[in-house]
Write a protein that binds this ligand. Structure first.
Ligand SMILES: [Zn+2]
Ligand SMILES: [Zn+2]
Length: 566
């Protein structure tokens, strides 16, 4: 295990909280966007709220995902009653498949949340192992001496809920990720009546989503993106490639409907896109468009104006469809001038540089870009200042702790609470590992517990051993070929180096890659009059390696060229 913190699991904290005291302990998701996981402790009962992952920085080569360190949670295993899932985003459910071997308790979530979770479990060969309980919005479940009510909310994935957890030490409301969308696409509006009722009865502690706290006003409804998407699909001369999160079914649904209305067939690109759409259709959240959905290999007979591609990779993730399309390394899809790429998502804070790198690659190839809320093609799933203020006014909690955000988001949310009349002593800005204790008359940070980041490599290994069933031979192997060349694209300065992202190449495959690199060197040296464009060079890198491997046998990794200019 690679943990950023080797402190003991518990500092200044022993045993269960005293009578009439409840503890809220975030192990991830505070001071960062990602890997949300929190514990709520009261008496002899502990529940986990969400168990998500985050994605590594660009520099963390070979690291696939980052998990919260759950050492502290494991010290509470005997009193752990349930995992409650607010919704199915990666930053809320993604860590569960890695940790299910460490504790076995019932997991509660809505149908779509559990559908997305099942997809992940299946990929890791764990289907059927954990105890999954589907709940409907409005339903209450009993967990030890606590009850948890799932409350309908609106966000950017179906089945998003807030939680009202009734404890012997008072009512806790966790909003989950939310915006207050009165015109959601294909779902119910948030259950404000129920929240107001709970507020009237008295809420001890409110935990509320801070992601968009710095933004003024109200986040536009999902319906507001329809005109801009419609115009893009109607007016573009070439193909339209819409990039969005595969879990944003309301968005996918709008795109598929509008594409059909504008005479375009929809084609799904990317594995998570295919999986999520299949799940959504199974669960009735999405209908087949007339003529059905296409796969990239079905596109050959269609004119450019008849095509709408739906792809993943809105955050510039190097292995997702958009990056590979932009760099010319996607096996089926290449961009052409006159194509329009619609980025129907905003970069998550921290991903801006990665996204603009991909956008630059596309612009260089003559592609028109429509991006995010700026061009009206995206509406965030998180409420802005007025919605957060409304939530605080509706609940009127005794105590409040902003959650889900970097320090600047949490602080902006704190200021909203103070501006709406809460006293400074009623609001706590926490960090990962903070132990917040709340009783009928006070709230304090009583200590801290160990937190950190657990890095998982591309083969699913943590702590240096594999917790997964070995994946089959059909598993995709990705090899990066990196080199540094002078700005005139003539003289090789460094490399090429071949590196497999999955560390399973055997000595024979290693030799093939090394020989391929020699062939690339030769091809660069012999090229007259040189390369006109970086894209030519990348194409050559890939073509030479591909043809070398093809000549030597049946091993076909996906080759991703990386060119650095010096
Ligand atoms: Zn989230
Ligand atoms: Zn979310």
């Amino acid at each position: 295990m690679v943990s950023s913190n080797d402190a003991p699991a518990v500092v200044g904290l022993a045993g269960a909280p005293g009578a009439g005291v409840l503890r809220f302990i975030p192990l991830g998701g505070l001071g960062e966007i990602g890997k949300n996981l929190a514990l709520l402790e009261c008496g002899n009962d502990v529940v986990v709220i969400d168990a998500g992952l985050s994605f590594p920085d660009l520099e963390m080569v070979g690291v696939d995902v980052v998990l919260p360190d759950i050492s502290y949670l494991l010290t509470r295993k005997d009193r752990l009653r349930a995992v409650l899932l607010t919704h199915g985003h990666e930053d809320h459910i993604g860590a569960l498949p890695f940790y299910l071997g460490d504790f076995s308790v019932p997991i509660y979530g809505t149908g779509f949340t559990l559908g997305l979770l099942r997809n992940k479990l299946e990929r890791r060969g764990l289907r059927g192992q954990p105890e999954l309980h589907e709940v409907q919005p409005g339903e209450t479940v009993r967990v030890g001496a606590l009850t948890a009510e799932f409350i309908q909310m609106t966000h950017s994935v179906p089945g998003s809920c807030g939680l009202a957890i009734n404890t012997p030490a008072g009512m806790v409301i966790h909003t989950g990720d939310f915006k207050l969308d009165q015109t959601p696409v294909g779902g119910a509006p948030p259950d404000l009546a129920r929240l107001a009722e709970l507020g009237r009865r008295g809420v001890r502690l409110l935990l509320s989503d801070s992601t968009n706290a710095p933004n003024e006003g109200i986040t536009p409804s999902e319906l507001s993106v329809r005109p801009a998407l419609d115009a893009a699909l109607r007016d573009s001369e070439g193909r339209v490639i819409v990039v969005t999160f595969a879990s944003n079914l309301a968005r996918l649904r709008q795109i598929v409907e509008l594409a059909a209305a504008n005479g375009r067939r929809s084609c799904l690109v990317g594995r998570s896109m295919l999986r999520n759409v299949a799940t959504a259709m199974e669960l009735g959240y999405l209908k087949q468009p007339p003529g059905g959905l296409l796969a990239p290999r079905d596109l050959s007979g269609l004119a450019d104006q008849e095509v709408c591609l739906l792809a993943t990779g809105s955050q510039g993730e190097p292995l997702a469809a958009l990056s590979r399309i932009a760099s010319g390394t996607h096996p089926f899809v290449r961009v052409r001038p006159k194509d329009t790429v619609v980025l129907a998502a905003n970069p998550i804070p921290g991903n801006e540089a990665t996204v603009s790198r991909v956008v630059n690659l596309l612009v260089e190839q003559g592609v028109r870009i429509l991006a995010g809320s700026r061009d009206g093609v995206h509406a965030s799933g998180h409420g802005a200042r007025e919605e957060l203020r409304f939530m605080l006014d509706l609940i009127r909690p005794q105590f409040f702790a902003p959650v889900h955000g970097e320090p600047r988001h949490l602080d902006a949310h704190r200021r909203i609470a103070v501006a709406s009349g809460m006293g400074a002593e009623q609001v706590a800005v926490l960090e990962n590992g903070s132990v917040l204790e709340v009783s009928s008359d006070r709230m304090r940070v009583a200590g801290s517990v160990r937190v950190g980041a657990v890095l998982v490599d591309s083969d699913g290994r943590i702590e240096g051993r594999s917790r997964t069933r070995r994946r089959g031979a059909e598993e995709e192997v990705v090899v990066t070929i990196s080199l540094t060349i002078d700005r005139r694209l003539r003289t090789l300065i460094e490399g090429p180096h071949a590196r497999a992202l999955v560390p399973t190449v055997d000595p024979y495959q290693r030799r093939l890659l090394d020989e391929g690199c020699e062939a690339i060197k030769l091809a660069i040296r012999n090229r007259r009059p040189g390369f006109h464009h970086e894209a030519d060079l990348r194409d050559t890198l890939q073509a030479v390696m591909d043809s070398h491997l093809a000549a030597q046998g049946s091993w076909r990794p996906t080759v991703v060229p990386i060119v650095t200019l010096a």
